[in-house]
Design a binder for this molecule. Structure first.
Ligand code: GLA
Length: 692
């Protein structure tokens, strides 16, 4: 079984419908020979099962599954609902999504449906049931993928079905239109409703601005729609799958509570990892200084959604729709690097997108392992080499990513930051800075989403939590943070903490609202950073930190709080900018501004968490460090994303698993190279004791 902690497995995405069936058997044999043992199929192949409404043909995939079984290949079968067929959208245009102005988004690309059309739900339930009933018992099938990439390409829905469903969602949530008016503050600008039928999904307005509380609930509604559409499918699949077979979906895209989606419907979540977006020729997503290393951030997020996770689509070739997203072919070594990046972060299933590059269609330049002809090539050779390396890593299967620091998030704040510019301006740069500083300081971190399912025990695994700007707070979340801190944890928050409630209203209490007791801080005044006060700094024991974007003027409240740093320059000169509150056995830091990289590094230093393996190895900022732990053994990954070789220094001899050699002292990690060292925890403790 995939992801059962006993193996790291390689797979690929295959489209039998794109190829003459005479090549299937040979393709399967060559996959096996290269170390691939699982293929995913069918996610866009509705017409191969139901070519016309009510007419079913199962032979196509029957034949493929039989061949796969003969070849010793296991199959992940997908429900094909991401691309409804033309007969369907033509007959039932109400299944289509619409623009904000209500124009239908037409057939011809993919994901051209809305989640709430009753007809689409019915026809989807039917195809899922037909596929599951027919194929789930096949011995080659080991698991199911629901749909493909919910919310990819489009995360907003404005069809009439969505409008109706939004009203039902609100009625369920608020009961009466009076409560809805209250919750959205509709008295402002005379938006008051007298009936739910007057409410609409966001539409074009005169100023462009829409009621922010409506918008926040609208995103929650989209997420709810995705989750219930997935639940409808998962409920059907569960009735037919063989014991031990799994249900998953692949992502990860916005406007979805992926934690709830996974918890309620899936065995585990899978991620589609395309690090090469960082190399797009038009600069698309070229995040400096990290480029493809930036994908480690998404991998950390996926680990939070699903501690056990796989990669359903791992990049193996150049990007390129014929209309956008063009990027060069992966350089020699990069396919290995990206595979190891995923494994380092905890993925035990890696499935390459795709086996062969399609010769036609929008994705004809989105390359897979093989080019159009299928001839032997460099990437296939690299895949064989990867298989050999992964064989050396099998003992690490099931090992857990080792983080002592976490970045705390929650969906309310993430989504509020999308609809509220003030919030977005502070959250995005702070989260970017946190990732950059943690990576460069080689501090492994997890994301933790504060929801009803998180326990203090889970938080207590981390010695430090960064919750950069929790504008929206609830009593329950504050209580959790209080318990975490009281039992010895260290919590760092930034400006605008506690400003809002769950509706997205600003609270009418003194700031930081619900966080006042926890932080021992009062915020008598605040301001956006004015352009002519860009040189304002925060002086923390002589270290000058930037105070970009936004500034809270702070004051201490409570006996256990003390001012650690003050503003220099600007209107707040001399006023407190950083307060530390001793809370139980722990500490809370309230930083009055947003975080840049240097500020985060200063915190990591002061809180003694940077370079956690400094006694064992030294490595430059340009290399990522990741550790997975299992049964008292640590697997230490060093990943070099650059085109220059990197020098690292091993202070003790260590076994390197990919090359099978013992290494010590100065070691060269080649361009795009990876090292994986094994060490026992006992060895590490002895080293720590010896050096202490
Ligand atoms: C996505 C999809 C695939 C394919 C690739 C490349 O992640 O799931 O079907 O479109 O991107 O574009």
């Amino acid at each position: 079984m995939l992801l059962d902690g006993t193996n790291i497995t390689l797979g690929t995405c295959y489209y039998p419908e794109h190829w003459d069936r005479s090549i299937w058997a040979d393709d399967l044999t060559r996959m096996k020979e290269a170390g691939i043992s699982v293929v995913r199929v069918a996610e866009f192949a509705w017409s191969k099962i139901e070519p016309r409404e009510g007419e079913y043909t199962y032979e196509f995939f029957d034949d493929f599954l039989d061949l796969a079984w003969e070849a010793g290949m296991r199959v992940i079968f997908s429900t094909p609902t991401a691309t409804p067929p033309a007969w369907l959208t033509e007959e039932y245009p109400e299944v289509l999504n619409a623009t904000r102005d209500g124009d239908l988004i037409r057939h011809g690309s993919r994901r051209h449906y809305n989640y709430n059309s009753p007809v689409y739900r019915e026809l989807s339930a039917n195809i899922v049931e037909r596929a599951a009933r027919h194929y789930a018992g096949h011995p080659a099938v080991v698991g199911w993928q629901v749909d493909n990439e919910f919310n990819c390409e489009n995360q907003t829905f404005y069809s009439e079905s969505d409008n109706m469903a939004f009203r039902r969602f609100l009625k369920e949530k608020y009961g009466t239109v009076e409560c809805l008016n209250e919750a959205w503050g509709t008295v402002f600008w005379n938006q008051t409703y007298t009936a739910f039928s007057e409410v609409h999904v966001p539409r074009r307005t005169n100023s462009g601005a829409v009621n922010p509380h409506l918008e926040l609930d609208y995103i929650r509604f989209i997420s709810d729609s995705v989750c219930s559409f997935a639940a409808m499918q998962a409920d059907i699949l569960r009735q037919y799958i063989k014991p031990g077979d799994f249900i998953t979906t692949n992502g990860m895209f916005g406007h979805i509570d992926n934690h709830a989606l996974t918890r309620d419907n899936l065995t585990f979540y899978t991620y589609d990892s395309y690090p090469n977006f960082a190399y797009c020729v038009d600069g698309f997503q070229a995040q400096e200084p990290f480029k493809d290393r930036w994908s480690s951030r998404s991998l950390a997020e996926v680990r939070s959604i699903s501690p056990k996770f796989g990669i359903m689509e791992q990049q193996s070739g150049a990007n390129g729709w014929n209309v956008s997203m063009e990027a060069p072919a992966p350089r020699p070594g990069q396919m290995t690097l990206w595979t190891m990046q995923s494994i380092a972060h905890g993925a035990d299933y890696i499935s390459y997108f795709r086996w062969r590059t399609c010769t036609f269609g929008t994705e004809m330049y989105w390359h897979g392992i093989l080019d159009y002809s299928g001839r032997e090539n460099r990437r296939l050779k690299e895949l064989r080499e990867i298989s050999r390396k992964v064989a050396n890593l099998q003992e690490a299967a099931g090992a857990v990513y080792e983080a002592r620091v976490a970045i705390v998030r929650d969906y309310d704040n993430q989504w509020d930051a999308e609809v509220d510019h003030w919030h977005g301006r502070i959250l995005r740069p702070s989260e970017d800075a946190l990732f950059t500083a943690l990576q460069q300081s080689h501090v492994m971190f997890d994301y933790v989403y504060l929801d009803d399912f998180v326990s203090v025990g889970q938080l207590a695994r981390y010695s430090v939590l960064f919750y950069p700007h929790p504008e929206i707070l609830t009593k329950q979340r504050v209580k959790l943070l209080e318990q975490y801190t009281a039992s010895g944890g260290k919590l760092v928050v930034g400006c605008r903490t506690g400003q809002k409630d769950l509706r997205g209203f600003c609270v009418a209490e003194p700031l930081p609202g619900l966080a006042a007791y926890l932080t021992g801080t009062d915020v008598p005044e605040y301001t956006l950073a004015a352009p002519d006060e860009a040189d304002v700094v925060i002086n923390w024991d002589g270290v000058k930190l930037a105070a970009p974007v936004f500034r809270d003027m702070l004051a201490v409240c409570g006996e256990d709080a003390q001012v650690l740093a003050r503003y220099e320059g600007g209107c707040y000169a001399g006023e407190p900018a950083l307060v530390r509150n001793c809370f139980g056995r722990g500490e809370v830091y309230y930083f009055g501004s947003t975080f840049d990289v240097a500020t985060v590094k200063t915190f990591l230093d002061k809180l003694s968490v940077k370079e956690p393996l400094a006694l064992l190895l030294r490595l430059p900022e340009s290399c990522e460090l990741a550790v997975r732990r299992k049964d008292n053994t640590d697997y230490i990954f060093v990943l070099n994303y650059t085109k220059e070789e990197a020098k690292i220094n091993l202070l003790f001899p260590l076994e390197e698993l990919l090359g099978g050699m013992r290494e010590e002292g100065e070691v060269t990690v080649p361009a795009y190279g990876v090292k994986v060292y094994r060490t026992s925890c006992m060895e590490r403790e002895a080293i720590n004791r010896g050096k202490a």
